[in-house]
Design a protein around this ligand. Structure first.
Ligand code: GLU
Length: 426
C-alpha cells in the first residue's frame, strides 16, 4: 500500500517566498544596477524535485517528495541546509535558498545560496526509516550536489547524524570518502569543532552587538525570550545564560515556559534531553507559543520558523530588540509595524549567519585536511559576526534604512557586482 499523506500541499506556505521577494524589492531599488540584473537575481537558478519510496518497518512502501533549489552560484558553490518538515514545499525552499545567497554574501563567504528539504515529520519515522529516507534522498541528490558545486548542511528536523548518512551515501557512490560534501557532520568524520553551537552562539554575538548600541551593558538586567528550542534556540539560550543574560521564556513546538526570575537553562536542557520536550518543566508558567512572543522582555529571539511575527501580533510584541535566529520569522507587514514602533530588528541573514560561517570553516578544513582547534573556530566566528554586523550598520547609515534593508542592500550589491564582473554567458 502507498500512503499519500507525505505528499506536498502545494498551496501551503507560499508566503515565505513572497516575503523573500518583498524584502529583495525593498532593497534593490537603492542600488544603481540594471533592471535586467535585478530581475535575474529574483529567480532561483535551478530547482530540483524528487519523488522517492521508503520501505517502512512494517514492509509497506511509502512515497516522499524532496527538493533542492540552487538560488545562486555566482560567488561560488551553492550552500544551504536540508530540512525535514511537513511545512516544506517548493516556495518555502525557494525563499530559504534566496536568503542563503544573501546570508553568504553578507558574511563575505565564497558561496552562493541553496536549500533543500523533504516533506516529512521526522518524529513519525523510526531511526531505521529515517536513515533509509536520508540515504535515498542523498542518492536522489547526487546529480546536483558536489563538494565543488553544492554543499548541504543541517537545518530544521535534521542534525549531524543526518549529515553523516548523506556523507556516507555520497562517498559509497563515488568510491572514496568525501567529507566536504556536507557540513555539520559529526566531528569524528571531518566535522568542525563548534559547528553544533555556531548558530546559537552567533545569534547571541549579534544580540550583544545590538545591545551595546542601545547602551545596555548590564547583562543580568536584560530579559530574553527565545521561541524554539532546537539547535538554534537551545544553543542561543545556553550562550545567553553563560554570558549572564536572564532568559525568562523559551518554547518548542508544543508550547512555552515563562519564569520572570529567569529559567535555569542547563536544567531546562537536561529536562528536554530526558523527556523530549519542555512541556511539564516545573520551574515556570506554561504559555502558548503565541503568548510567548508577547511576553514582557527586552529581547525576543524568534528561532523557530518563518512567518511568526505578523500583522496580527506585531503590535503586541513588548521587546525593544528582535534578533532573528530563524530564517524569515517576520512578515513584511510586521516589519513595518515594528519599525514604526521603533523596535530594532537584527535580521536573519545577519543574526543567524554563525551556522554557515562555521560551515565554511568546516568545508575549508575538509578540503585542506587540516583541522583547527575550538578556540580558533570561536575566535574567527566572533570576528566574522562582528565584522558583518558593522558592515550592515555602516550600510544602514549610508542609505538611511533599517538593518534588514541594509543587510539586503550590502549582500545584493556584492552578488550583483560579481555577476557584472563575470559577464553574461554566452
Ligand atoms: N541551515 C543553516 C542556515 O539556515 C546553515 C546552512 C549551512 O551551514 O550551509 O543558515
Amino acid at each position: 500500500m502507498v500512503a499519500a499523506y507525505n505528499m506536498p500541499i502545494q498551496t501551503h506556505n507560499t508566503n515565505a517566498y513572497d516575503t523573500a521577494l518583498a524584502q529583495f524589492d525593498r532593497a534593490v531599488r537603492y542600488l544603481p544596477i540594471p533592471d535586467g540584473v535585478a530581475e535575474f537575481l529574483r529567480y532561483p537558478r535551478r530547482e530540483f524535485t524528487v519523488n522517492f519510496p521508503v520501505k517502512r518497518d512494517d514492509g509497506n512502501l511509502e512515497m516522499f517528495t524532496g527538493y533542492r533549489v540552487h538560488h545562486s552560484t555566482i560567488l561560488g558553490p551553492s550552500k544551504g541546509g536540508i530540512r525535514y518538515s511537513l511545512a516544506v514545499d517548493m516556495n518555502e525552499i525557494r525563499a530559504l535558498a534566496m536568503w542563503m545567497s544573501w546570508k553568504c554574501a553578507l558574511a563575505g563567504l565564497p558561496f552562493g545560496g541553496a536549500k533543500g528539504g523533504v516533506v516529512v515529520d521526522p518524529r513519525t519515522l523510526s531511526p531505521h526509516e529515517l536513515e533509509a529516507l536520508t540515504r535515498r534522498f542523498a542518492a536522489e541528490l547526487i546529480p546536483v550536489i558536489s563538494p565543488h558545486a553544492d554543499i548541504p548542511a543541517p537545518d530544521m528536523g535534521t542534525n549531524a547524524q543526518t549529515m553523516a548518512w548523506m556523507m556516507d551515501t555520497y562517498s559509497m557512490t563515488v568510491g572514496y570518502s568525501v567529507p566536504a560534501i556536507v557540513t555539520g557532520k559529526p566531528v569524528n568524520i571531518g566535522g568542525s569543532l563548534g559547528r553544533n553551537e555556531a548558530t546559537g552562539h552567533g545569534v547571541i554575538t549579534a544580540m550583544t552587538e545590538a545591545l551595546k548600541r542601545k547602551n545596555s551593558s548590564d547583562a543580568g538586567s536584560v530579559r530574553v525570550v527565545i521561541q524554539g528550542f532546537g539547535n538554534v534556540g537551545s544553543n542561543a539560550a545556553a550562550r545567553a545564560a553563560e554570558l549572564g543574560f536572564t532568559v525568562v521564556g523559551a518554547s518548542d513546538v508544543f508550547g512555552g515556559i515563562y519564569n520572570p526570575n529567569g529559567l535555569d537553562i542547563r536544567a531546562l536542557q537536561a529536562y528536554v534531553a530526558d523527556s523530549g520536550d519542555l512541556r511539564g518543566y516545573a520551574e515556570g508558567e506554561l504559555v502558548t507559543n503565541e503568548e510567548l512572543l508577547t511576553l514582557p522582555c527586552d529581547v525576543l529571539i524568534p528561532a523557530a520558523m518563518e512567518g511568526q511575527l505578523t500583522r496580527e501580533n506585531a503590535n503586541k510584541v513588548k521587546a525593544s530588540l528582535i534578533v532573528e535566529g530563524a530564517n524569515g520569522p517576520t512578515t513584511p507587514e510586521a516589519d513595518d509595524i515594528l519599525n514604526d514602533r521603533g523596535v530594532t530588528i537584527v535580521p536573519d541573514i545577519l543574526a543567524n549567519a554563525g551556522g554557515v560561517i562555521v560551515s565554511y570553516f568546516e568545508w575549508v578544513q575538509d578540503l585542506q585536511a587540516f583541522f583547527w582547534d575550538e578556540d580558533e573556530i570561536f575566535r574567527q566566528l566572533n570576528r566574522a559576526m562582528i565584522r558583518t554586523y558593522e558592515a550592515t550598520e555602516r550600510t544602514a547609515e549610508e542609505y538611511d534604512v533599517n538593518l534588514r534593508t541594509a543587510a539586503q542592500i550590502f549582500a545584493i550589491k556584492r552578488v550583483a557586482d560579481a555577476l557584472m564582473t563575470r559577464g553574461f554567458y554566452p
